[in-house]
Design a binder for this molecule. Structure first.
Ligand SMILES: N[C@@H](CCC(=O)N[C@@H](CS)C(=O)NCC(=O)O)C(=O)O
Length: 269
């Protein structure tokens, strides 16, 4: 079951026949998949992402796809992914809790480092930072300048501490069969307040959150912000600068590939 998908990553020292056996024994739904962007010539992927089709999952997918486009020849950023079935609570199984003790997606195992077990990373923003700090060596999606790096961290913490949790709560109460007007108002008001922080910052001058270039700070936020329409918020009407930012970001090839990673056809190993 899920263990058979995870064991190869946690125990890379085991003989290769074990991996083949484990993979053969598992049904295809439990098999790690390779993205369409996988480059066979670069060899087996060392990054293993555990994800699902949610805003937090999608942002890690986007980062890996953007890195692949930015560094087409870099072997270390090759990845495969496991679809974690949230509806059957796979994220709460003992095997998964070894990767993320918080029992949520996304999570990453990086077998480029710390042999033989690799290194686990959990929390979406932590995964994004791990990936840029280790693999964005030319600062194409991050910042070398300490002040810009600090700006990016400010937006990342703002998003991780405020936007994700508040948008998540709004979604929860909006979809609850029992409608609780106080809770719906509280969290949709908070969504609007947070969106107005982005709106004021972007204004008419800025195209992206930091230094007018697409970066890890944007990747960390855009999947949540785009979902505001599901809460009845019309971005184009209420937050035009935010709307422009989202349209620009989602026009990117890497963003599209990341968002559609689980929706589109994926290659089994
Ligand atoms: N702060 C965490 C939140 C992770 C999170 O809430 N993930 C959701 C999907 S977006 C999840 O796994 N939900 C299933 C559950 O709570 O059991 C992060 O940014 O990674």
């Amino acid at each position: 079951m899920l263990l058979s998908r995870i064991v190869p990553y946690l125990t890379p020292a085991l003989p290769s026949f074990f991996f083949r056996t484990a993979s053969t024994m598992s049904s295809s739904i439990f098999t790690p998949e390779r993205p369409a962007s996988y480059v066979a010539a670069l060899g087996a992927p060392a990054l293993h992402l555990f994800t699902a089709n949610t805003p937090n999952g999608q942002k890690t997918n986007i980062m890996l796809e953007e890195l692949r486009l930015a560094y087409p020849d870099k072997k270390e950023i090759g990845y495969d992914f496991v679809r974690v079935n949230l509806s059957t609570n796979e994220q709460k199984t003992p095997e998964f809790l070894k990767i993320n003790p918080n029992g949520r997606i996304p999570a990453l195992i990086d077998n480029n480092v710390n042999p033989p077990t690799g290194h686990r990373v959990f929390e979406s923003a932590s995964i994004l930072l791990w990936l840029v700090e280790n693999y964005d060596t030319e600062f194409k999606l991050s910042f070398k300048d300490p002040l810009l790096r600090s700006d990016a961290l400010s937006w990342i913490f703002f998003t991780h501490g405020g936007v994700g949790p508040m948008f998540g709560q709004a979604g929860h109460f909006l979809h609850l069969p029992e409608k609780i007007p106080y809770a719906i108002k509280r969290y949709t008001d908070e969504m609007r307040r947070l969106l107005s922080v982005f709106e004021d910052h972007l204004g008419t001058e800025r195209t992206y959150l930091v230094d007018n270039r697409f970066s890890v700070a944007d990747i960390n936020a855009i999947t949540w912000v785009k979902g505001a329409s599901r809460a009845g918020i019309d971005l184009a009407k209420e937050f035009p600068a935010v709307n422009g930012w989202i349209e620009r970001s989602f026009a990117r090839d890497g963003v599209q590939k990341g968002v559609n990673l689980l929706a589109g056809p994926a290659h089994a190993l």
